[in-house]
Write a protein that binds this ligand. Sequence first.
Ligand code: ATP
Ligand code: MG
Length: 689
Amino acid sequence: HTPTVDDPFAALNPQQRAAVEHDVGSAEPRPLLVVAGAGSGKTNTLAHRVARLIGGGADPQRILLLTFSRRAANEMTQRAGGVLQKTMGLALSHAPTTLPWAGTFHAIGARLLREYAGRIGLDESFTIHDRSDSEDLMGLVRHEIGLTQGQKRFPLKGTCLSIYSRAVNSRDPLELVLKTTFPWCAEWEAQLKTLFGAYVDAKQEQNVLDYDDLLLFWAEMAADPELGPEIGARFDHVLVDEYQDTNRLQAAIIQGMKPDGRGVMVVGDDAQSIYSFRGATVRNILDFPQQFSRPAEVITLDRNYRSTQPILDASNAMIEQAVERHAKQLWTDKHSSSKPQLVLIPDEAEQARWVCNRILEHREAGIPLTQQAVLFRAASHSAALELELMRRNIPFVKFGGLKFLEAAHIKDVLAVLRFAQNPSGRMAGFRVAQMIPGIGPATATRLLDIVSEAADPSGAVEAFEPPARCKEDWQQFVALYRALRAPGLRWPGDIELVKNWYLPHLERMHDDPQVRAADVGQLAALAGGYGSRESFLAEITLDPPEATSDRAGPPLLDEDYLILSTIHSSKGQEWRSVHVLNVVDGCIPSDMATGSMEEIEEERRLLYVAMTRAREHLQLVVPNKFFIKQQAQMGDRHVYAQRTRFISPAMLKHFEECAWLDAQTAHSRQPMPEAVRMLVRERARNAWK
Ligand code: ATP
Ligand code: MG
């Protein structure tokens, strides 16, 4: 391969190039770990490697690319396509279809399981439970085995699911999980064991899988002496991004498929590990070099291409304080005279106004909205900002918050589709039956019991006799059900059928049927992009499209819009300007995380992730008064907040500090009452000491 003038490989630095060229052409490429700090080009290097492999003759069908989100998979496929195009005049223009095995662990797991279902005793028509279905099933099972009566302090269904999930993903015994992560539930160990046993039985009876099962069954297949190598042999290359946020089960999957690590390349940054609450562990990175029968090569990158030096200085200074040291000092040649801003603001309403002003200033200065983001710790923290954005007509899209699919009417439509696919799934069935007027929980339960005992579940649905008053509505549903199960129906025609059946119910149940009908229409449009009902239901459950808060659908793609995102969902991305909201104690670190040192340290890494998303401008906003949602009995309230403990006085030299008086701009509202003003001023004066 000969470099040309706009050869994208020529732009790579020597370490990146070494990673891209690693054992290219060898029949047995050794395992490779790239461990490097934020913005050092890990993802970019991975994309170049994909391009290099395909350019060198690798079959895209035989490349497994595992990412943290579907969005990340698409972006990387596109990047690889761009590189290929430049170097070889080859186009991966329909990117997602040309790297057929790019996606999240869960989505790829679902596909493989569907394919191998028969071999591992699964029924291939299984449906997948999202988090809320899983919680509901846990609650139901808990009720059925009588764990609620007289046991008031027994953990809530959501907590039970978290404990179960943690045990599955970490591969640790329940006892240890309880001791280390849920000590307040440890007294219930025996009952939890019974509960989890019944929960697993219920899933199997109903032919449903939850998120954890997708990894668990995949890991089981991978560990199988026959299936493991067989699945492994389908792929010549297995590439994983964001490896620091994988868990034990995911590492086991890779190892099972590729015991000698052949063709395995993972990239990650231990300083950005932020998913340990889901069982992810940086041990995966630390253990990787010795995990396979052949030792892995390790490459580190230390040049940052994303951020200006002042932003890097501030981020480095912050992460340097970590208890577990991350021995990476990043450097860049992007000089800038402007330091990140640390902005002290009286309260969240002012924070919203100030952030809006700043965003508009940036836009005036030539930074489009899509190149700006506002990040926050929890999805609810952007409420005040969203109001202000709407008031000022600034379009935005929100990531990581309430999902489109969580709306009741969308869940209804999906439940009908799931029920048609798998009538044994009780969560979907329960929801569907009760959409029919006159059918309540008792009748729904009777239906589901009959179905679960029938040799032919589908026939049982059709033969069911509901109370006379709902006969007509039930018959209409059965007609739909038959149509949905009939062979030869072309996707996404199903959705149209469901929609027509559903509209009268929508009018009956809700007072804003038009808005909801529009959403259902949008779902139908979305469905068109998937090949089949199974793949639509699986993918949409695993990686739901994002909701927007200001309108029914996402803005048109060519429109300029601002990004709002939780810090967790901002992983791997970058913007020219980044605002971080509520950089106060109680928020980062979160009040809920103050339990152990590990949790606090994870919060520090979270702030590091947020800061290192910025390319040119970084604004950390510190509201002096901050609204927290508390436990029910105490009510919500405002608290006075302090700048986060992660920014120590010694670190202030890395920031340009502005108190609220400077931060206020001409657009702002009337002055605050004198008393508040004095208080704020007083606090502003002391906050920096
Ligand atoms: P994170 O840890 O946040 O995921 P990363 O290490 O994956 O970051 P990338 O997102 O791959 O970093 O790259 C950061 C930015 O640097 C991107 O805009 C990328 O295009 C750019 N970049 C990477 N390598 C080079 C290079 N050799 N020359 C020029 N720009 C580069
Ligand atoms: Mg990355």
